[in-house]
Each structure stands twice: as structure tokens, then as C-alpha cells.
Design a protein around this ligand. Structure first.
Ligand code: ADP
Length: 629
């Protein structure tokens, strides 16, 4: 029979599996058992509404068996099975292949590990330990059974086979041992038992294996025989139903890694059990790092939802607010009906109460972490902080009470992350504003003339480097009654009354000059004026109104804003105490053409100082050259 080819990405993944140096090859068993359990879940769920299934909860079983002589390990389930199409679609490609950005062949082996960890490659992981895999399966409701078989990258075959019972049998031919790898360990009863306890203990269906023990022969003293007895290898108690004191951090971590396809232990485990308005147990995890697709549209938030230990939904999104969408985990409640539909759930009062309580719990746990475990909190914030900020922005600040004290920003205080409370605790006496500046990196922000000037006056400046930052503080507007102020806008009001009066007078006296300069810039700036906040630099750019220069850039990069050309009201500010001021005034009287050229050069300088590129580099270069010769 002609072999069918795996899809390209799957083939690459398979190749990686087969040649893998991944040290945790043992996880293949967890993956196969988990697939078996999911298949049983599906049939069991069906049985609740369909009498023709003819099976009850206690009839379901996952069975493991070992044939050491022939190096065979089988995993059998009586779950829902697969049709021919499903076989081809499910095992001929891998679920996540579309999002895999495969690296070139020269890439280091390390990448394998990342991919295995990040994507939880499921069924294919069996190729790490087996050189031939057979899958015999019969779908519920079908009279035909099929055999899928593959020895690796060169393809697979599918043909009909005999199989009476609904379900799936996976037969692995375990690879021969090599000097480095003793694959034979997966043919040892003790090892399989150990792996089931480690990774699959909580599976709600019995995982059984015939185990032989030497026993004395009855009535014949001194004689022994091998007796085969069925042993259930897993305790079947969901980890969240065990007393908290009985579960170690490592067990939680193993459970989390297996269930949520992560290679790193969670940063924090949150467990909550309540009775009263809503009776439920929640087991939540804050991951140590953002999943590869977290900041993309593909990411789906949600918690698993169980009703009395039976899973009824894999990703219940109504249980988590958007700003906590990174939380993984599950909720088990006896208040929910097994047959509740997605539509009904959305309006379920019980579910809303649970969601509210979980939100509060997560916020308070994060608050505790910030207080007691700063290092981990900062790690958390670097991964997911942008989501909290986005959450504030998208809810128009209505959740500020819950979230604002969880926020962190970089700042001129040694470039460390700071909370808003800490910022205010360090503030100068009488400081009634929270100063911030926006830029790509803290280094670039620190070099902004306005920032240098504000720091020189003894104030701390928050360095907003993430796209969402300024949107977030603008929605918040203030914190503890102190307004947020962008140091690159005009309302700094740093000087004393006398200085302010001087500035106003100077500006009033130069109105004509500024008008001319603004015209020379052909609409690029909304205004030209003096400032008294710059230390050494001759010029800088600032803005007026709701859209700052930083926001202008971000808004124009955002999808959907093409062609709108959102503009900040840019202001060219000239240092009132710099000799350039007199030069400009003199030129205004003597040589307007030259004044126009100088204005263009000054504007270009201001753009460069503010970290913006030049719109007309060739023209500016010619102008500067003109000054030199
Ligand atoms: P995942 O489990 O992450 O979806 P896998 O590669 O492990 O990815 O499995 C692919 C699909 O094959 C599963 O989603 C399921 O539909 C099907 N499958 C795998 N094993 C079984 C099984 N024992 N019984 C029924 N279907 C299965």
C-alpha cells in the first residue's frame, strides 16, 4: 500500500522527536494517557444524553500492557475512538503546526526542547521512544475500524482492521537500547507505575495494568508461581480534591506542566475553596512566562470548568476578566449542572458570583506577592504587566481600585521598577504631580532634554517604554489625587512665579518671530515658543493636547489606523537662556531667508534629540553643509 506523507511541518516535528535529545522522553506516556482520558471524557459526556452508548462512569478504563520480549507497550482505551477521516486529520498533522515557526536545520538542538515544552506535542512525542507506532481505532457509532501505522518520517498507512469494541489501542514498539539511552526502562512495570503516579495520578478513570507477583502456591509449601492481577495505578483523586497539606509544590508543578503544556513550573499556585453563595474549589496558576501566542489574537483566555469533578468545558472565558487572562487553571463546582450549555452558562448567576470572587482572589494574591516576594512579582510583571495596563485602559479605568497598586513602571530612580505608591513615597515635599516621559528605551528617555531638566530640579520621572503605558496613565489621569504629567508637554509649571512671568513676557514679545518660524516649517509644528525648563540644549519638541508625540507614533502603527494620520500637536520649544535666542531675534530683523533655514535645522535637531527620525535628511544635510563652507 502506498504510504501517505505527513504534512511538511509535522514531518519536521517528527524528525525532531525521533532524533530528540530531550531529556524528559518519559512524558510521552502522560501525553498518550491524557489523550485516552480525553477520548473517554467525550464518550462519557455523550452517554449522559445518549442511551445508546450503554456505558456508565464505572465502565471506562485505560489499560496499559507490556510485552517485554517483543519490546511492546500498549495503551488501550474505550473512549470515543476516531473515524477514518479523524485518524488522518488528527495524526497526519499536528494541531499547532500552523503556529510553529520552524527554524532551519542548522539550528541547535536546544530549539527542540523549547518546541516540545511550549507546544506539548502530544501524540507525536511517542516517536521519542518508539520506532513503530500502530493506532487501531473504532469510532463510536461506526461499524468499521482502522489501523494507522507509521515508522516515522517516511509516512504512514491507514487500512481497515478488525476491532469489535469502540475505542483505541496504541501499540508502541520501543526503540532498541543504545549506549546513551536505555529505552528498555519503558518496558519495566515499576517504571510505568512510577510514571503514572507522577504524571497521571489524577486521571479520573482507572489506569489498569496486569501485574505479576510471585506468590506461594496454595497447599504446596515452598512452591511459588507467577500470579497476574489487575492493579489500578492511579489514585483517581483530582489534585484539587486532595487536602492542600498533602500536595507538594512539585506535584502541583507537575500537574500544571502536564495539563497546560508548559515546560516551566508556575510562578504561583492559588487554591481557593469556598462554601456559601457559591460552592466551589479553584486551582489557579500564574505561569512563569507568557505563552508564545499570548500577545496575539490567537490566544484564548479561560479556565477549565468542572461540575463535581467532571469536566464540562475546557476554556470557560467568562470566569476570567481580560486583565487576568494569563491565569490558567480550573474551577470545580457542585452548583453547576452537567448538561449546562455554553449559552446558558453565560447567563448563569452562580458562574458570575464565582468569577467575581476569583477576580478578587487573584488581585489579592498578586498584591501579596508584590509585598512579600518582590523578585517573583517583578518577573511576573515583566511577562504580564502590559496586560494589567491594557486592562485598565480598555475598561476606561473602571477597575483602577483593583489594579492601580499592582502597576509597575521603570523610572529615573536607578532605572528600577517602581510602583506608583513607592514613587509618591519618594516624592519631594509639596510635589503634586507624577512626572513621566515616553520613549523606546529607558536610555533614550533619560537623554530627552526635558527629562534631564526635570530630574535636575530634583524630581523623579517614570520612564514609559511599553506602547500601552501612556494610554494607561492617561486613562487613570491621577493616582492618589496627583495628576500624571508628561514632561514633554507644556504644562510643567516648574519654575516659581517670577520665572513664569519672565517666560510669559519673553513669549509675548516674540510672537511675530514665532509666527514666521512656524510658517517656515510648513505646518510641521502647531506652535513655536520659549521654554525655561531646558538645561543645556537649544531646542526640544513637546506637545499640546491629548495626543503626545509618543502616542502619535504608536497610534499610527496600530492596525486599522492606516491613512488616518493621527497627529500630535507638536511644539518647537527654544531654550530661553540659550544664545540661539538672540541670534534668531537678530535674523528676524536682518535676514528672513536665513532665519527660515536655521529654523529648519533647529527643528531637525529637536527631532533627533527626541529620538525621532528626520523627514528630509538630504535637505537638512545640505543646509548644515551650507553653514560649514
Ligand atoms: P492534542 O491532544 O493536543 O489535540 P495530539 O497530537 O495528542 O494533540 O492528538 C491529536 C488528536 O488526535 C486529539 O486531539 C484527538 O482528537 C485525537 N486522538 C489522539 N489520541 C486519541 C485517542 N486515544 N482516542 C481518540 N482520539 C484521539
Amino acid at each position: 500500500m502506498a504510504k501517505k506523507q505527513f504534512k511538511t511541518e509535522s514531518k519536521k516535528l517528527l524528525d525532531m522527536m525521533i532524533n530528540s535529545i530531550y531529556t524528559h522522553k518519559e512524558i510521552f506516556l502522560r501525553e498518550l494517557i491524557s489523550n485516552a482520558s480525553d477520548a473517554i471524557d467525550k464518550l462519557y459526556f455523550r452517554s449522559l444524553t445518549d442511551d445508546s452508548v450503554g456505558m456508565g462512569h464505572d465502565d471506562f478504563v485505560i489499560r496499559l500492557s507490556i510485552d517485554k520480549d517483543n519490546r511492546i507497550l500498549t495503551i488501550t482505551d474505550n473512549g470515543i475512538g476516531m473515524t477514518k477521516d479523524e485518524l488522518e486529520n488528527n495524526l497526519g498533522t499536528i494541531a499547532h503546526s500552523g503556529s510553529l515557526d520552524f527554524k532551519s536545520d542548522e539550528d541547535k538542538q536546544d530549539d527542540n526542547i523549547d518546541i516540545i515544552g511550549q507546544f506539548g506535542v502530544g501524540f507525536y512525542s511517542a516517536f521519542m521512544v518508539a520506532d513503530n507506532i500502530k493506532v487501531e481505532t473504532r469510532a463510536f457509532g461506526s461499524d468499521e475500524a482502522y489501523l494507522w501505522e507509521s515508522s516515522g518520517v517516511d509516512g504512514y498507512t491507514v487500512k481497515t482492521c478488525d476491532k469489535d469494541a469502540v475505542g483505541t489501542v496504541i501499540t508502541l514498539h520501543i526503540k532498541p537500547d543504545t549506549d546513551d539511552e536505555k529505552y528498555g526502562e519503558f518496558l519495566e512495570t515499576y517504571r510505568i507505575r512510577e510514571l503514572v503516579r507522577k504524571y497521571s495520578d489524577y486521571i479520573r478513570y482507572p489506569i489498569k495494568m496486569l501485574i505479576s507477583t510471585r506468590k506461594p502456591v496454595e497447599g504446596k509449601e515452598g512452591e511459588y508461581e507467577d500470579v497476574f492481577e489487575d492493579e489500578t495505578l492511579n489514585s483517581m483523586t483530582p489534585i484539587w480534591k486532595k487536602p492542600q497539606s498533602k500536595v507538594s509544590d512539585e506535584e502541583y508543578a507537575d500537574y500544571y506542566k502536564g495539563k497546560f503544556n508548559d515546560y516551566e513550573a508556575p510562578l504561583k499556585v492559588i487554591r481557593q475553596s469556598t462554601e456559601g453563595n457559591a460552592t466551589y474549589t479553584a486551582l489557579l496558576f500564574i505561569p512563569s512566562h507568557a505563552p508564545y501566542d499570548y500577545y496575539s489574537r490567537d490566544y484564548e483566555k479561560g479556565l477549565q470548568l468542572y461540575s463535581s469533578s467532571v469536566m464540562i468545558m475546557d476554556k470557560c472565558k467568562d470566569l476570567l476578566p481580560d486583565h487576568f487572562s494569563f491565569v490558567k487553571g480550573l474551577v470545580d463546582s457542585s452548583d453547576l449542572s452537567l448538561n449546562i450549555s455554553r449559552e446558558m452558562l453565560q447567563h448563569d448567576r452562580q458562574l458570575k458570583i464565582i468569577a467575581k470572587a476569583l477576580e478578587k482572589k487573584i488581585a489579592s494574591e498578586l498584591g501579596k506577592m508584590l509585598k512579600n516576594d518582590r523578585e517573583n512579582y517583578e518577573k511576573f510583571f515583566k511577562e504580564f504587566g502590559a496586560q494589567l495596563k491594557w486592562g485598565i485602559y480598555s475598561a476606561f479605568g473602571s477597575n483602577r481600585e483593583e489594579l492601580q497598586d499592582l502597576l509597575m513602571f521603570e523610572s529615573s530612580n536607578d532605572g528600577k521598577l517602581t510602583t506608583l505608591r513607592e514613587y509618591l513615597d519618594r516624592a519631594r515635599e509639596g510635589q503634586d504631580k507624577i512626572y513621566y516621559a515616553v520613549g523606546e528605551t529607558t536610555e533614550k528617555i533619560a537623554m530627552l532634554p526635558q527629562v534631564e531638566a526635570v530630574i535636575a530640579k530634583g524630581y523623579e520621572v517614570l520612564y514609559l517604554t511599553q506602547d500601552i503605558d501612556e494610554f494607561c496613565v492617561q486613562i487613570l489621569h491621577n493616582y492618589d489625587s496627583k495628576d500624571f504629567v508628561n514632561v514633554c508637554t507644556d504644562n510643567l509649571e516648574l519654575g516659581d512665579d517670577e520665572e513664569k512671568a519672565q517666560l510669559k513676557e519673553a513669549n509675548d514679545n516674540s510672537e511675530e518671530l514665532f509666527k514666521y518660524m512656524q510658517e517656515a516649517l510648513e505646518g510641521k509644528v502647531a506652535k513655536v515658543r520659549y521654554t525655561n525648563t531646558l538645561k543645556n540644549h537649544a531646542v526640544c519638541l513637546s506637545s499640546e493636547g491629548a495626543v503626545s508625540v509618543g502616542m502619535e507614533q504608536i497610534l499610527n502603527k496600530m492596525p486599522g489606523t492606516e491613512g488616518q494620520n493621527i497627529k500630535a500637536e507638536t511644539v518647537l520649544e527654544i531654550n530661553m537662556d540659550h544664545p540661539i535666542k538672540d541670534k534668531l531675534l537678530a535674523l528676524f530683523g536682518s535676514d528672513k531667508e536665513k532665519l527660515g533655514e536655521y529654523t529648519k535645522i533647529l527643528y531637525a535637531q529637536a527631532r533627533l534629540i527626541n529620538g525621532l527620525s528626520l523627514e528630509n535628511p538630504a535637505e537638512i544635510s545640505d543646509l548644515v553643509c551650507g553653514l560649514m563652507i
